[in-house]
Design a protein around this ligand. Structure first.
Ligand SMILES: Cc1cc2nc3c(=O)[nH]c(=O)nc-3n(C[C@H](O)[C@H](O)[C@H](O)COP(=O)(O)OP(=O)(O)OC[C@H]3O[C@@H](n4cnc5c(N)ncnc54)[C@H](O)[C@@H]3O)c2cc1C
Length: 337
């Protein structure tokens, strides 16, 4: 195998179906590869029956996809995946390796980093190439989310990072895009695993469509009462959106944890994010600042949320919210008649 340096991303699949986070990773990888001496963007996909997924990865920005395809790899197991990937990475020696900060990425990359004696920055929300040193600048919230730290891996390769899902929009698929799909022979001796799968259960309590929504209407402590927060569910339903919440709102019991946006909640990147009575702490911004358009309503003109908002409205929510709902109701009434 010829050696190749450059930017690699680790695709993710379940039951042969590509996880949408793989496309987001390619969007990160593409922008880095373009800044990194116009390097190629390579992707590695491990699983079974992944050919279709590999083609989709090329349509979304990969130049080459290395497929490790074997029935034993259909289910993610840290030990066998790590053994195979370690061998591949040693052969190809990429400069940068990105994975999603999902259960798989969060368990697999630390093992790989230890085996390869490489650095790893977990849960990044920002990545870029330093134009002078060409090092990967890996940004993530630190010290309880009060600062954004930028970390470099100066001496070891690959420079490894896991990236928060929804921290970047996927590129549009281009079905005419060409690329190379390379089948990597699977060394059966590396397939043995100490893990036996006994079943798969979905945690229903964590279910919330918030991460895929195009409109998120989020409320914070500034809503002041559970009753006022409840209005958000009505507004969101009428507008075809979903409700998000700051941690304070969740702590108050106004919304379930599945709706929490931020460092210790979910990351979202909808077309429109409406922040109502949310101050804009770094911990909250970590989960929503990649939204296309941010509209903020706050009674404090100095609130930090206005620094990231595209549209800022200084208003008291005790007045703003009822009049907004009334306006939506009357518009719906006009449409119905
Ligand atoms: C490790 C760690 C992880 C964290 N993770 C998260 C996380 O995932 N998500 C998260 O959100 N937070 C998180 N936090 C908490 C975070 O630091 C903030 O405390 C929280 O985001 C603040 O929530 P808030 O904006 O609703 O409340 P506040 O900061 O109290 O802001 C309320 C806002 O409402 C405005 N307001 C008040 N009354 C009105 C009114 N009548 N009309 C209009 N506006 C009004 C105020 O001006 C203020 O700006 C985390 C903290 C830590 C330490």
């Amino acid at each position: 195998m010829s050696r190749s340096s450059g930017v690699w991303v680790l695709g993710e699949q379940r039951n042969g179906t590509l996880h949408s986070v793989s496309h987001e990773l390619l969007a990160w990888g593409r922008s880095l590869a373009d800044d990194y001496s116009e390097s190629t963007l390579d992707c590695v996909l491990v699983g079974h029956g992944v050919r279709e997924g590999a083609e989709a990865l090329i349509h979304h920005g990969a130049d080459r996809v290395y497929c490790l395809d074997h029935p034993e790899l259909a289910i993610y197991r840290t030990d066998s995946y790590a053994a195979l990937l370690e061998a591949l990475l040693r052969d190809y020696d990429p400069d940068i390796l990105l994975a999603a900060a999902t259960t798989m990425g969060r368990t697999l990359l630390p093992v790989l980093a230890a085996r390869l004696h490489a650095g790893l920055t977990a849960d990044c929300t920002g990545l870029r190439i330093d134009p002078d040193s060409k090092l990967l600048l890996q940004t993530r919230p630190a010290i309880g989310g009060n600062v954004m730290a930028t970390i470099k891996t100066s001496y070891h390769r690959p420079q490894m990072a896991t990236v928060r899902p929804k921290s970047k929009r996927s590129l549009h698929a281009d079905p005419t895009r060409d690329g190379e799909i390379i089948s990597v022979p699977v060394d059966a001796s590396r397939l043995s695993s100490r893990v036996r799968r006994v079943g798969f259960a979905v945690d229903e309590t964590m279910g919330s469509p918030i991460q895929d929504a195009e409109l998120v209407i989020a409320g914070g402590r500034g809503l002041r009462t559970a009753k006022r927060f409840q209005t958000l569910f009505e507004i969101a339903e009428r507008l075809g959106g979903v409700v998000g919440a700051s941690r304070c709102a969740v702590d108050q019991g106004w919304a379930p944890y599945a709706h929490q946006v931020g460092l210790s909640g979910k990351s979202v990147s909808p077309a429109t994010y409406v922040a109502l009575g949310i101050s804009g702490s770094p911990n909250h911004l970590a989960g929503m600042s990649s939204s296309d358009r941010i509209i903020a309503v706050n009674s404090d003109p100095e609130a930090a949320i206005f620094q990231v908002a595209d549209v800022g409205i200084v208003a008291d929510l005790s007045e703003f919210l009822p009049s907004w709902l009334e306006r939506i109701q009357s518009l719906n009434g006009e449409r119905a008649s």
